[in-house]
Write a protein that binds this ligand. Structure first.
Ligand SMILES: Cc1cc2nc3c(=O)[nH]c(=O)nc-3n(C[C@H](O)[C@H](O)[C@H](O)COP(=O)(O)OP(=O)(O)OC[C@H]3O[C@@H](n4cnc5c(N)ncnc54)[C@H](O)[C@@H]3O)c2cc1C
Length: 412
């Protein structure tokens, strides 16, 4: 309903049109009768290129099902590389990297993990958002203020437009302004590590195999992409990462070969590389009055398991279900009951995942001989136990715990 030109009333306003905000917006606007406004201070259209983001995402089976249910997967699938196998090693010697653990993932015939370049994801999801009825996009619009009152959230844009909504969703990333406006604290710690991300092409095929090399400087991940291409996440100390990042291409390739090995023949760099300082950050709460936080606004996790975005998508799917159920019963969609249900559902999973990834990083990123022996015995135990392996595959595919309806192929 329009009050006047400078004031709009919608059911839900989402701040942040990153991947999590866009998916939440598309899903919520598809819930019968709900109007949704999505605001971003940037226009993500100009980010949907490899120049802006050379990262890829390992999408779990649960995420793929959700994207399919929302009609998004058909445009993403041609760019997705199914992962057939994951091998885990911790040897510093590239010539001899015995696999401590391996997972054959697609025994059921359905890809349980697929790798997609982030810019492809953003491009497809943004296109869908632009044509989704009941979803109004305010891109490239700076926020002037956010106020929460008992019945409404009010957001004022820099051009003076005020948007009022029963529910505000903060999907505005690690430096969330909505989180700050609600007075929700952020706890966490930084690692002395940065990750360089880039795409390479190689002479020999990867056959859908992902490699996770847990080295004392941090994880070196080789993730398969369509064609003879792979995405790399190369973790080093800040200083070393910065040094490598600044090298000219020929010198960088020399260093890369030392880390990568020769098993894929000759290598070439495709497109730009990017540098990300790594940290774990957890919002003190996932909700406030009239506010729900999703994705990196609520939790930033170490990328070694490649699950940060998947956690955010699960937040979005759970929140959509809470809102949908309340709307179907004629209840207040931004009321305390809905928000508390959402927080109970997602808080434990996100906090425990953050601590688990942190623990894995500490266990592997060190030079302690005793710890190395213990973890190698542990990994071998997992490798030899079909029950333990099934447990880890369930975790990695996002199908453990209370899976939201969207991630089970059901409309919210
Ligand atoms: C090296 C690396 C590798 C990774 N690999 C994986 C992987 O393999 N799998 C996986 O699942 N995850 C992975 N992740 C994590 C994943 O990339 C993030 O969790 C995810 O991108 C977060 O998305 P988001 O939408 O929550 O936030 P963002 O992408 O940060 O989007 C936030 C949006 O909010 C907007 N915004 C910010 N402030 C405001 C404001 N005040 N007003 C309006 N708009 C605002 C921004 O412009 C932006 O568009 C990785 C992360 C890193 C660093």
């Amino acid at each position: 309903m329009l009050y006047d030109e400078a004031m709009q009333k919608v059911d839900i306003v989402i701040v942040g049109a990153g991947l999590n905000g866009l998916v939440a917006g598309i899903a919520l606007a598809s819930c019968k009768g709900l109007s949704v406004a999505l605001i971003d201070q940037n226009d993500p259209t100009r980010f949907a290129t490899p120049n802006h983001d050379s990262r890829t995402s390992a999408l779990t089976q649960a995420t793929q099902v959700m994207l399919e249910t929302l009609g998004l997967w058909q445009n993403i699938k041609p760019h997705a590389q199914p992962v057939n196998d994951i091998i885990v090693t911790d040897s510093e010697d590239v010539a001899a990297r015995p696999s401590l653990l391996s997972f054959a993932l697609n025994a059921s015939g359905k890809p349980t993990l697929s790798i997609v370049e982030n810019f492809r994801l953003l491009d497809s999801i943004l296109e869908k958002a632009k044509t989704t009825p009941n979803l109004s996009l305010h891109l490239g619009q700076k926020l002037a203020s956010i106020k929460f009152s008992p019945g409404l959230g009010t957001l004022t844009l820099a051009d003076g437009t005020a948007i009022k909504a029963a529910l505000v969703i903060g999907a505005d990333g690690r430096n969330s302004a909505t989180r700050e406006a609600a007075g929700i604290k952020l706890d966490g710690w930084a690692y002395g590590q940065s990750a360089i991300t880039l795409t390479i092409s190689h002479e020999l095929p990867h056959n859908g195999m992902a490699e996770e090399h847990f080295l004392k400087s941090g994880v070196f991940a080789i993730l398969p992409l369509p064609g003879n291409r792979s995405s790399l996440v190369w973790t080093e100390s800040h200083e070393r990462a910065q040094y490598l990042y600044n090298l000219a291409e020929a010198e960088f390739l020399v260093e890369l070969r030392k880390k990568f090995g020769s098993h894929r023949g000759s290598l070439a760099i495709e497109g730009p590389k990017h540098l990300y300082p790594l940290s774990t950050k957890l919002a003190g709460q996932m909700i406030g009055p009239r506010l729900a936080l999703i994705g990196d606004a609520a939790h930033v996790v170490h990328p070694l398991a490649g699950l940060g975005l998947n956690l955010g998508f699960k937040d979005a799917a759970a929140l959509v279900e809470c809102v949908y159920d309340a709307a179907s019963l004629g209840q207040d969609i931004g009321g305390a009951a809905v928000l508390e249900r959402y927080a109970r559902w997602r808080r434990f999973d996100t906090v425990s995942s953050a601590y688990m990834f942190d623990g894995l990083n500490r266990l592997f990123s060190n030079d302690n001989a005793g710890l190395k022996l213990l973890r190698d015995i542990g990994l071998k135990l997992v490798d030899n136990s079909s029950t333990l392996k099934a447990f880890f595959v369930k975790e990695a595919t996002g199908t453990s715990g209370d899976v939201p309806r969207l991630m089970r192929g059901l409309v919210a």
